[in-house]
Design a protein around this ligand. Sequence first.
Ligand SMILES: NC(=O)C1=CN([C@@H]2O[C@H](COP(=O)(O)OP(=O)(O)OC[C@H]3O[C@@H](n4cnc5c(N)ncnc54)[C@H](O)[C@@H]3O)[C@@H](O)[C@H]2O)C=CC1
Ligand SMILES: O=C(O)[C@H]1O[C@H](OP(=O)(O)OP(=O)(O)OC[C@H]2O[C@@H](n3ccc(=O)[nH]c3=O)[C@H](O)[C@@H]2O)[C@H](O)[C@@H](O)[C@@H]1O
Length: 464
Amino acid sequence: MKIKNICCIGAGYVGGPTMAVIAQKCPEINVTVVDINENRIAAWNDEDVENIPIYEPGLSAVVKEARGRNLFFSTDVEAAIDSADMIFISVNTPTKTYGIGKGMAADLKFIELCARQIARVSKNDKIVVEKSTLPVRTAEALKNILDNTGNGVNYQILSNPEFLAEGTAVDDLMNPDRVLIGGDINTEGGNEAVQALVDIYAHWIPRERILTTNVWSSELSKLTANAFLAQRVSSINAMSELCEKTGADVNEVAKAVGMDSRIGQKFLKSSVGFGGSCFQKDILNLVYIAKSFGLNEVADYWHQVIIMNDHQKKRFASNIVKTLFNTVSGKKIAFLGWAFKKDTNDTRESSAIYVADYLLNEQAEIVVYDPKVKREQVYADLDYLNSRSEDENRQRVRVVNDPYEACKGSHAVAVLTEWDEFENYDWQKIYDDMLKPAFLFDGRKLLERKKKEEIGFEFYAIGS
Ligand SMILES: NC(=O)C1=CN([C@@H]2O[C@H](COP(=O)(O)OP(=O)(O)OC[C@H]3O[C@@H](n4cnc5c(N)ncnc54)[C@H](O)[C@@H]3O)[C@@H](O)[C@H]2O)C=CC1
Ligand SMILES: O=C(O)[C@H]1O[C@H](OP(=O)(O)OP(=O)(O)OC[C@H]2O[C@@H](n3ccc(=O)[nH]c3=O)[C@H](O)[C@@H]2O)[C@H](O)[C@@H](O)[C@@H]1O
């Protein structure tokens, strides 16, 4: 089966980059990415390709090449569904904020809406691909909706979880460790559907890196991968606290253990806690699934990864208060970085938000500088927590476009995101313009301690 038209529902951090790369690599396939968010689609269509809504190194070049040729962004969801042979569902699956499973389970209402819309609109057979991260066995529910509310057409459901990380999305998509495709390989139709998706990826990915499994293994592998990755961060962060008490240095410990090839070097960078839209939500979802099967030990085991992460964020913030003579009331604290990691403008679940919230509760004044995050986003993130009035957030937090302005006149500077540019600043100038003693808190172990101490900073870094 040759796929001619792809529709992707959801033009977000996954749908946008993933489809841009598929379109670039498969010029004979028309790829239409649709979304109900008109502003987002308008931004994807912006004449100036630098204004696309997602900042990812290398992405604008890919979009530039394919957009208008075989890559299209549209708000006409129904038309795109109608003409597609293959539909990717790439909508958000946030943690539920209401009802059963509140605060734990994944909210599948956007997924269900997509399924119902596909069923309503489709007039010919379709392959529906789960690209969003979903609880294991969601494909069953999708199939149920499609088969029972549709027009009698046939659907094949595939699971094709995405493993890209933000900030390196284009590289990850161009050269993935593996592509995972789950399908009903025991039936002819299922096999054909799997093969159709394999053929798409085989345009640029070696066949041995395209892994096919049954649907449930594929769905569960995605949650497992994120849980394992987050667990490594929580493991090293747990050690960071012990390092601070014992004179060990967490970077040295990470290097020493990571050189064991059974452990490996990656994902052992201690930090102010992991953020991002997925690790926490996916682990909570895993915990919820385990609990729903009565597997309490399994649930508790994974829940501890989140508990450790919350502790790390809180610990960083409370250390700032303690070090600043037990009060930050009325003190100005400069934040370098707001994004959840470098090279992205995404702030979802960023540790910076929680550290700021903690310090604001202690009546600090905060000035934020981030190279890619917009002012409105910082306020939206704080407002979302509902800890104080929107007015108060605007009175107590300033967002500036210049790092030196952010640090000027501050009692302390805190590094919350590991943007490369931070290490290259004129730290002497920053020091000269700060109140003394000038405190510097490195939540990313990014800055070189010796140089900063020579300048005169009181320097604190996670894990040493
Ligand atoms: N952000 C990431 O790096 C990764 C995310 N994922 C998963 O991919 C999924 C999507 O994540 P993101 O792209 O980050 O989310 P996102 O929030 O950036 O994008 C989702 C988009 O779907 C749109 N949408 C929702 N319902 C819709 C509907 N019925 N019709 C049309 N559009 C609709 C929203 O307006 C939004 O623009 C999630 O399940 C996430 O867990 C997986 C791997 C990586
Ligand atoms: O499902 C998802 O959404 C994605 O989640 C993560 O990707 P992402 O969250 O974009 O970024 P990561 O590089 O994993 O970083 C997550 C958080 O952990 C932190 N981190 C990461 C690595 C590390 O060693 N230390 C550390 O503190 C980062 O700063 C960041 O806050 C996974 O790495 C992707 O494989 C997955 O597809």
